[in-house]
Design a binder for this molecule. Sequence first.
Ligand SMILES: *Cc1c(COP(=O)(O)O)cnc(C)c1O
Length: 389
Amino acid sequence: MEFKNIETTAIRTQIERSQYLEHSAPLYLTSSYVFEDAEDMRASFSEEKERNIYSRFSNPNTSEFVDKIAAMEGAETGYAFATGMSAIFSTLAALLNSGDHVISGRSVFGSTHTLFTKYFPKWNISHSYFSVTEVDKIESLIKPETKILFAETPTNPGLDILDLEKLGVIAKKHNLILIIDNCFATPYLQNPIKFGADLVIHSATKLIDGQGRVLGGVTVGRANLIREIYLFSRNTGPALSPFNAWILSKSLETLAVRLDRHCENALKVAEFLEKEPRVERVKYPFLKSHPDYEIARKQMKQGGNVVSFIIKGGIEAGRSFIDAIKLCSLSANLGDTRSIVTHPASTTHSKLSEEERLETGIYPGLVRVSVGLEHVDDIIGDLKQALNS
Ligand SMILES: *Cc1c(COP(=O)(O)O)cnc(C)c1O
């Protein structure tokens, strides 16, 4: 059944009821499934029948989760993974051949950067990066062997916005597969397929779980591409566990209401920070001062839950701010009910050179706040006392 609104899709997309007529989907902890007879088994293995065979291939809970995300993103189908990184790796590895070339936004998740720079070269797969201000230069990077255009928007932790419509036009014109890591926006705030993306990837570990409990990932999009990704994955084994799929599917039921509050809190935090004298600059997609505010408004429903700002005084000021934080957590995760602050230059991005950091917008005093669901006055109060200490 198809639903008109994403909130209903997230709640009402459900696997078939069992004979017990349960209201909430049960948890199918089973590694394999039984067959009626030899003929059933033969037909199932030759894929004449669509059915569950083994949970590395499919499972009712993972199917429910995938079907939901696919419906929410306007995608044909998908496959779910144990983590966001296994989704990214398996998607790229399934589609790329030795000799192929990828063009990617420079600001990508750290481990995605490691795939491009350390692992894919082992298989003779090369890449070129473009920065947020160079979207118009992408065409000059295209080579005969370019196969994929990959990007994240909003970027982490710089919160830059890439114009999805422009990327869609370039990909289509040059016959490239456009893949968008939509983790920061979630399917509720942004649907890249509408702008021409062929595949959309999520780390479900973040806002989709939303409570910092389980890891997960998913790729949805065009059926012919998902078929390749499915075959690669069914053989290499990065499948999402049914337990995590069950948690994540339940979490999607509340995604819209959680995100509404996350975004409302984040905008208030951003507006507060803009007025603070110790803050040099604030970045939030839905602040009018954001350089790509108009693009963010065009492609996103709201600005997301992450705010970044530059504290005056560089690395040392960043570190002392973090040390003065009392309520918010110091943690590597984001998209949790609990607000989290991080100082990328001295932690997650400390292995990059100063130059590489600056290229991706990671200034020494940059602080990232993943705004949670505590009362916004308490979040702002904590940031305020830490700024003043
Ligand atoms: C966290 C994250 C990933 C990786 O997801 P895991 O579930 O941690 O493997 C990929 N992309 C982005 C943008 C992320 O924030």
